[in-house]
Design a protein around this ligand. Structure first.
Ligand code: GYE
Length: 306
């Protein structure tokens, strides 16, 4: 990967690295914490950050990436809102000799020379962990279990993989049935409205699996408004483990959370420095994550920073 020569001429006189970063938007607590982590880590690493918010639109991200290329930034990083449709703009960056780092979310490009590295979680494993917890919860029981699912943004890597991983895991119990599944776009307000329609059409919901805390928190409002007890009448599993989610878990309104860390900033700055220097980096860098039960949330909550 010979991007370093062409990039080096564009650095400021003092050798400061300019990093163009295109963020998805501000759809969730996770995203807000992720943005903060990236901004703070750039400042701490002495990297000049050109931050651009795509407000959930791929077209805005493509425009931002093209503008980074025109400006001849040293390194580009972005969190692709959806997986498909990136080959052309990634090729433009490659031709311009600007290394690209995928942050948080994957692209479906077959040619992995279009980016240097992909830093983020394994969303399929997250979905599996959610499903495995549920299997344990109903171990030895033979009644049917009606599950509703709130999916993340349609076509995004976390929505696709969290659905697949969960689906794979729950196959082990033939009593488990996903009776409704719909997107809530990773947003609290959408989680609430979609859950309202679920509750109206399906009277006997046993479990809600939400692809993130925010949608789960919105759904809790809908469940309470319908006169039911979240965490008891309907068991709730979510992903992320942001503070609001952990609070609801500790309060007994959520039953289990699979952690997904938004604190990618320090590692991203480290990778940016390396690719800028022409050093080889791992193609796939995974973040370390855990899971939380209600008891564990009570212990962890006071230390939760985001
Ligand atoms: O889980 C969700 C956010 O891509 C991992 O995006 C991220 C997801 C996160 O909106 O809350």
């Amino acid at each position: 990967c010979g991007g370093s020569d062409s990039g080096s001429g564009d650095k400021g006189d003092d050798g400061t690295i300019t990093l163009g970063f295109s963020q998805v938007g501000a759809e969730s607590g996770w995203r807000t914490a992720n943005t903060k982590s990236i901004q703070e880590s750039a400042a701490a690493a002495g990297i000049k950050l050109q931050f651009s918010d795509a407000q959930g639109k791929q077209e805005n991200q493509i425009t931002a990436l093209r503008s980074f290329i025109t400006q001849k930034v040293d390194v580009i990083a972005f969190s692709p809102v959806v997986t498909s449709g990136w080959d052309a703009v990634l090729k433009e960056a490659k031709d311009a000799g600007i290394p690209v780092i995928l942050t948080d979310r994957a692209v479906d490009s077959q040619d992995d020379s279009l980016y240097e590295s992909f830093l983020g979680s394994d969303f399929k494993v997250e979905g599996q962990k959610a499903g495995e917890w549920l299997l344990k919860e109903y171990e030895g029981k033979s009644e049917p279990v009606n599950i509703v699912e709130l999916q993340g943004t349609t076509g995004s890597a976390p929505a696709i993989d969290r659905q697949t991983g969960f689906g794979d895991a729950i196959k082990a119990n033939p009593n488990f049935k996903i009776v409704k599944t719909q997107t809530g776009d990773f947003k609290r307000a959408d989680g609430k409205t979609v859950m309202e329609t679920f509750l109206q059409s399906t009277p006997d919901i046993d479990v809600l699996y939400a692809h993130n805390d925010d949608m789960g928190l919105g759904a809790i409002e809908a469940i309470e408004a319908a006169g039911k007890k979240p965490g008891t009448d309907i068991k709730i599993i979510t992903v992320d483990a942001v503070k609001d989610g952990m609070t609801a878990l500790a309060d007994g309104k959520i039953n289990f959370i699979v952690e997904c860390s938004p604190l990618l900033g320090p590692q991203l700055m480290d990778i940016a420095k390396k690719v800028n220097a022409g050093e080889k980096v791992e193609k796939r860098i995974l973040t370390e994550e855990t899971t939380f039960t209600q008891e564990q949330a009570k212990t962890e909550l006071p230390n939760r920073k985001y």
